[in-house]
Design a protein around this ligand. Sequence first.
Ligand SMILES: [Zn+2]
Length: 801
Amino acid sequence: MTSCLLLWAILGAANEQIIDRFDYADSDTAAKAWVASAGTPRVRVVEDQGRRVVEMATPFASNPNLERTILDRAVQLDLSAPGEFSLEIGSPTAEKLGRLSLYFRSGEGWFAGGGELSKKGWQTLRFSKASFRPEGKPAGWHKIDGIRLSIWRGPSADAVVRLGGLAALWHDVALVLPSPSSLSDRQELRAALSAADAVGDFLAQLGLGSDAVDEHAAAQGALARRRVAILAHNPGVGRETIGALEAFVQGGGKVFVCYSLAPELGKLLGFGRPKYVRPSPPDQFAEIRFEASDLPGLPKAVRQSSWNITTAEPVGHHARVIGRWFDPQGRPTGHAAMLLSDRGAFFSHIVLSDDPEGKRQMLAAVLGRLWPPLWEQMARTKLDALGRMGHLEGPADLARYVNRSSDSAAAKALEAGTAAYRAAAKLAEAKQFPEAIQQAQEARRLLVEAYLRATPSRGEEGRAFWEHSGQGAYPGDWERTARELAAAGFNMVIPNMLWGGLAHYESEVLPQSRVVRSHGDQIAQCAAACKKHGLEAHIWKVNWNLSTAPREFVEKLRKQGRTQVSARGEPHDWLCPSHPENFQLELDSMLEVARRYDVAGLHFDYIRYPDGDHCYCEGCRRRFESESGRKVARWPDDCYRGERSREYRDWRCKQITRLVEAVHRQAKKIKPQIKLSAAVFGAYPSCRESVGQDWPEWIKAGYLDFVCPMDYTESDLGFISLVSSQLELVGGRIPIYPGIGATASRSALSVDRVVGQIHHARSLGANGFTIFNLDRGTIQDIAPGVGLGAGSRPAMPPHRK
Ligand SMILES: [Zn+2]
């Protein structure tokens, strides 16, 4: 357990309960404890670095039907108190593995969590309890009677996984999660859990870790071991939970509440008169500026684009406002953003993942104020992580990388960064932790700069950004967006200008958006700006999806039987792809763009079904029966899971593919030079089965000129594994510009991590990259960093040849 011991030395404050050491006397004993099923080979005990560990084989190549391996162990455990689990795991061929799932069985259900190996060799994976989702009807964390470990199919390869320890952990900080009983609205519950997840991620990055405790458990005393309780978003917090928090506060605990502030809870902490505020104009809340010089480490400002807030006022326990909201022009809005008292803090919205560095600093300063010993943990983690950046493992790697580049500006930044690092270590030794963290941040900034500058540029490469709003990074100013992108070495932008039922340009086919009225025709402005700055504009359509369409438009289509219906008969606001008029609408809208605008290309997205349960509308039934020449005996069961399901899945793929084919054929007739491309799911062939997206077939048939798989992951190893398998599928037929999730819903990457994934994409043989998503934040945080090295020389996108 050497690596675990090391970890505890760093994290000091964690308590630990070992669940399994995987130290079994022999293979028979291990195989009796961890029972293999569903085609999984028996486990065996092996020697690894002088100790016994358990090895599980993952024979995905030898057994092509194996979807995942399964190991089960029976236990009797009360896991209501721990907030996190750690699994020590290793594999010499980690890139050949899919995702890992960890399940705890309870009553008639499970708690399901997951993760990915991030590198080859031994590593410790952490699973926050907040990230576990109930499946079926679990009785509760206090009654766990089984543990299951699963490795899912990745690339088709045989590999092994070694297990060295599974433990439950406690931390000083608890994340109090809403329980299903306090928040019955499933969607609201999911939103609340994901808000807690985001805070949990930030805490992990700060080196703090946290315990997820649900409101029900908190009410029964589960907060007892903690120092700080965080309510990341608990709209239905009950009387009993507030009672528990009151006892917690009276025992010296501190409470940090975000967004929803129940009046009694506010009163307990010194924050009163909570008031819900909708911004006017809608982008009014852009930035929080702080004013509390007595809080060490507090940033001057953080960016956050909130769509609404709850404000409050100081009413007791020395409460005061320490941060206020400002608008995009830097004007005060008059609304409080953050309050602090002797008993806790209040933040006026959920903590969003934009401006991650700022958010980390903000949380560090507030939590460090609430419970000062947290500072030491954070300082140690920060110093420890300084040399790890991009695709590099440590300081020695960085020095070699910079030297090899022979870039003098990179060498200078490395020298200054190393000096700053030494100063930070000295401050930590003197126990001046907030100062040490600040100094470490400066060191980090310099070392990242060295890394970015040392990254080489290429002469031929597709360098793109997806842009989700259709308005560029600065609404009303495509000129500035194009200029800044070109300055950072980008040669393409992919702006989202049309949807299933909405257009950000003067369309004669689709309803026009409010943006057209307020800012004019966005394609015209974008195309002109791109032309001026030498950028290609590839116009992105979100196909089929009606979520942004005007209500009356959707209702009209639904009445006409043109929207989708699930296998259970529920309506869904997506255009049914098999409906001839929907097909025509999709085609006409894309051809309208090709005909009327001087753009480089058309880009498909959502070119698929929403999931595996659609579409089973009456129209689909009729059209399927007529095309297959055979009635469906039991609709939709036969086509959904029954004897004709395979045939129906193929037919669904055809409905999607025929649109790609038609746009390809007709757009090229209108404009022979126009390029067609698509944002596609990373994992194939599962996307063919689930959402009817058979993109490798489109490439083989010659419908696409380049492809951008959405490889959004924070794991470089996961990224490498996706890109490798996609390169194999594409087989060199067209360029591939893998999608990098800088600010995707499941992945947030700092600029060095984005450049690290660019490095991996290049090393594997990809022809460029596409970053998600361009906005005011990423054009300032990500684009210039790419421009320092990776994009420092102009490049030609290879699809132009
Ligand atoms: Zn249908």
